[in-house]
Design a binder for this molecule. Structure first.
Ligand SMILES: Nc1ncnc2c1ncn2[C@@H]1O[C@H](COP(=O)(O)OP(=O)(O)OP(=O)(O)O)[C@@H](O)[C@H]1O
Length: 418
C-alpha cells in the first residue's frame, strides 16, 4: 500500500497566513491545498470543541462525550480532546486537519495523543497547523512554507528542525504603571486552603489540600489533566459551591462568610483565554483597558480623565499606543492577551490568576507574554498564580504547587521553582 504523506504548516502570528488558515479551519481545505476534497475531511481544533460545548449547553446533553448526561464543559482538557478525536474518527474521514492539538494537555496526555495520531496516520492523511516547534508530530513528512495563501516551498521536517532559530529579540517592557489607589487592609496571607477536599459524584478530586498564597508571591500551579487545577481556582475565584463547607479563607475571611463573591472578585485580577470571547461588542482597546477600573466587561460608565490617562499609560507600556482606537477583537491574539492582562492589572489587585494564558500562542509570542508577567511580578505587590502545562521558557515563578493525583484525590506538593 502506498504510504500516505503528512504535512505541517506554521501557524504563528508572524506567519502572515492567518486569513488562509481560517479558511482551512472552517472546512475549506481546497483553498490552500487544491488536491484535497474538502467534503472528505474533518477539523480538530479548539473552535470545533467550543462549538460542541455550546451545543451541549443548549441541548443539556452531549453529542460527543462518553458520559452523555454530563456537560462537556465540566470535562478536563484531556478528556474533551479524547472525546472530540473519537467522534471525528467515527466519520471515517480521508484527512484530518489538526490545529495546535496539544495546547492545554499535560505531558502524559500529549504522549498518549501522539501515539494515537501515529496510528491514525497509517490510514488517514494528517495536516497539522503548529505554533510551537516542540509540537510537530514526528511522522510529518514535509513542512509547507506559505505566502499569500499559496504554498511557496516545501521542506522536509529535518531541514526545518535544523534551521537555527533566529535570536528572539524584542523591546522589553521595563516598568509597570503605578496603582491608582491602594487596596486597604490587605493581610499578608491572601489565600489559605486548609485540608480542602472535593468530590464530584462521589469521585474524590482534591484530597486534603493545604496551600497559602502570600502577598507578592509568584506561583506556578501544575498537575496533569483532570488533577483539579481548575477546581482549585474555582474555589478561590469562582463561586463553586463546593468551597462553602471547606476551610477556604480569602483575604482573611472564610469563604461564604464576610465578603460577597463580588467583593472578593474586586481584589482578584483574572485571565483565561476564554475571557476574550466575552468581548463581543465593538469596544475599542482604550475602552477595554479602562473597563478594568469599573469591574465590568464592557464600558457602562463614562470614565474620568484620570482613569483614561492611566489606561493610556498601560497601553503605551505595552507599546500598543498605535492600536488605542482600534476595535479590541480585531487585534492579533498576543496583543489581545497583553491588553487583557493590562485590564486585569490596572488596579494592581492583590492577586492575579492566569489560567493557561499562553495557549494558542506561538513560541515568540509566548516569550513576550511571559516577559510581561515576570515584570508584573517583580515590580508590583501583586501575587501571581500561573497555571500552565508547558515548561514556559523564560517564566520565572518562585514556587510551584503541584497536584499529584491518587486514588483518594489529588494531593498538593509545594516546591521552590528551579
Ligand atoms: N461539575 C462537575 N461534575 C463532575 N465532574 C467534574 C465537574 N467538574 C470537574 N469535574 C471532574 O473533576 C476532575 C478535575 O477537573 P479540573 O477541570 O479541575 O482538572 P484540571 O486539572 O483543571 O484539568 P485540565 O488540565 O485538563 O484543565 C476532572 O476529572 C473533571 O472531569
Amino acid at each position: 500500500m502506498k504510504r500516505i504523506k503528512h504535512y505541517a504548516l506554521y501557524g504563528g502570528e508572524d506567519s502572515g497566513n492567518q486569513k488562509w488558515f481560517q479558511k482551512l479551519l472552517s472546512g475549506d481545505a481546497e483553498a490552500i491545498l487544491p488536491n484535497l476534497n474538502s467534503t472528505n475531511g474533518v477539523v480538530f481544533s479548539e473552535a470545533v470543541l467550543d462549538k460542541f460545548i455550546e451545543e451541549d449547553y443548549k441541548h443539556g446533553r452531549s453529542k460527543i462525550a462518553i458520559f452523555k448526561c454530563r456537560s462537556l464543559r465540566t470535562f478536563s482538557s484531556g478528556e474533551k480532546r479524547k472525546a472530540l478525536l473519537n467522534f471525528l474518527l467515527k466519520q471515517n474521514p480521508e484527512f484530518l486537519i489538526l490545529d495546535s492539538p496539544f495546547d492545554n494537555l499535560d505531558k502524559e496526555s500529549v504522549a498518549e495523543l501522539k501515539i494515537r495520531l501515529q496510528k491514525v496516520s497509517e490510514t488517514i492523511q494528517i495536516i497539522q497547523i503548529f505554533k510551537r516547534k516542540e509540537d510537530i508530530l514526528p511522522f510529518i513528512d514535509e513542512i509547507l512554507l506559505m505566502k499569500g495563501g499559496k504554498v511557496q516551498k516545501t521542506i522536509t521536517l529535518d531541514e526545518f528542525l535544523a534551521e537555527k532559530p533566529s535570536e528572539e529579540r524584542f523591546p522589553k517592557i521595563k516598568s509597570i504603571p503605578e496603582a491608582p489607589s491602594e487596596f486597604e487592609n490587605i493581610l499578608e496571607v491572601l489565600v489559605k486552603l486548609e485540608k480542602v477536599s472535593v468530590n464530584y459524584e462521589e469521585r474524590p478530586i482534591l484530597a486534603n489540600i493545604s496551600w497559602e498564597i502570600k502577598k507578592g508571591q509568584f506561583w506556578k500551579l501544575t498537575g496533569p489533566n483532570g488533577s483539579g487545577k481548575t477546581t482549585i481556582l474555582s474555589m478561590i475565584y469562582g463561586d463553586n459551591p463546593k468551597a462553602y463547607g471547606e476551610n477556604v479563607y480569602l483575604f482573611g475571611n472564610k469563604k461564604g462568610s464576610g465578603e460577597s463573591v463580588w467583593e472578593i472578585k474586586k481584589k482578584i485580577g483574572y485571565f483565561s483565554p476564554a475571557l476574550t470571547e466575552l468581548f463581543n461588542r465593538r469596544n475599542t482597546v482604550l475602552e477595554m483597558v479602562v473597563s478594568g477600573l469599573m469591574d465590568s466587561i464592557g464600558l457602562y460608565q463614562r470614565p474620568g480623565f484620570k482613569q483614561l490617562a492611566l489606561a493610556k499609560e498601560w497601553i503605551k507600556t505595552l507599546q500598543l499606543e498605535h492600536q488605542e482606537k482600534k476595535v479590541f477583537l480585531d487585534l492579533p491574539l498576543l496583543q489581545q492577551r497583553m491588553l487583557l492582562i493590562a485590564r486585569a492589572m490596572i488596579k494592581h489587585p492583590p492577586l492575579l490568576i492566569l489560567d493557561e494564558p499562553t495557549s494558542a500562542l506561538d513560541d515568540k509570542s509566548a516569550l513576550k507574554f511571559t516577559n510581561l508577567i515576570n515584570i508584573i511580578s517583580a515590580e508590583t505587590e501583586t501575587a501571581v498564580v500561573y497555571v500552565s502545562h508547558r515548561k514556559e521558557k523564560g517564566l520565572k515563578p518562585e514556587f510551584e504547587f503541584k497536584l499529584i493525583p491518587s486514588e483518594n484525590g489529588s494531593v498538593g506538593k509545594v516546591s521552590v521553582s528551579s
